[in-house]
Design a protein around this ligand. Structure first.
Ligand SMILES: [Zn+2]
Length: 271
């Protein structure tokens, strides 16, 4: 498979949306401008920068305001809960009260069994963000590691209105369908470019594509063949091409479907 930007498969005027990239993380933030330019050359017209906690809210907001096509989300990531306190919730309320049109979701948030924070605390922080998503009529960006069943349970109980996305989906077909039945989207990233990811490649070949979003999770989750390097938004193109091959989809209409899915979830249809 070709990993360069000039792949003949997809015309560069077909818009792509990287729905999850941490452009503010230190591995890539110093090359922000060059990296966004490369992404645009690869057809990436929009990207969403999720946050991890109060420590990077102002940064992701400022980055999103720097170039057209960038959006951001505000929330508490389960791996970064150390040191957070009640004042952080007040600050989040203040940010959300601005009603900034570029802030299109709550997140990323969720449960992670590898986080040093006790699961009971993680659950409380997640539940409060689910409540906030409802109150502010925004979709939620979920991070789930080792906690699929509990996440499903909590999200079901929350009875969300605007749904959300389960980011970096790496589950089975059955797990994917549980999210689909809850009205959720599945964020598909670099994991499916690895031949050994048989379970998820099989799931992605059969799950309903009306529920797919593209993402890189840059700088993490490098695509196959680029292990050890920082990932970047231009690689959503490789993810797209891989899904299309797995499903035998015609690339152009398929790309447009995923573009529309993304804009629908984040209510960007009239932009
Ligand atoms: Zn992330």
């Amino acid at each position: 498979m070709s990993h360069n930007n000039t792949s003949p498969l997809l015309p560069s005027n077909i818009p792509l949306f990287d729905t999850h990239c941490h452009l503010d993380f230190t591995e890539i933030s110093s090359q922000f401008e060059a990296l966004w330019l490369r992404a645009q050359h690869a057809g990436v017209q929009r990207a969403l920068i999720p946050s991890v906690g109060a420590q990077n809210w102002s940064r992701v907001k400022a980055m999103a305001h720097q170039y057209q096509g960038l959006y951001y989300a505000l929330g508490f990531h389960p791996q970064f809960l150390d040191g957070m306190d009640e004042a952080n919730w007040g600050l989040l309320d203040t940010y959300l009260a601005y009603n900034d049109v570029l802030c299109v979701a709550i997140g990323e948030c969720g449960l992670d069994t590898t986080s040093p924070t006790p699961m009971a605390v993680q659950e409380e922080v997640l539940q409060r963000q689910l409540t906030l998503a409802k109150a502010h009529r925004k979709p939620i960006i979920l991070h789930s590691r080792g906690a699929h069943n509990r996440m499903i349970q909590l999200v079901k109980q929350a009875k969300l209105i605007h749904g959300g996305v389960i980011h970096a989906f790496s589950g089975s077909y059955e797990q994917g369908m549980e999210w689909v039945r809850l009205g959720f989207y599945l964020g598909i990233g670099g994991v499916i470019t690895y031949p050994r990811a048989r379970k998820t490649r099989d799931a992605v070949s059969r799950l309903p594509a009306e529920r797919f979003l593209l993402e890189t999770d840059a700088p993490d989750m490098p695509i196959y063949g680029e292990q050890g390097q920082a990932n970047e938004p231009k690689n959503v193109r490789v993810v797209l091409e891989t899904i299309a091959i797995l499903r035998s989809e015609a690339l152009q209409p398929f790309a447009l479907q995923l573009w529309e899915n993304s804009n629908h979830l984040f209510s960007l249809n009239d932009y």
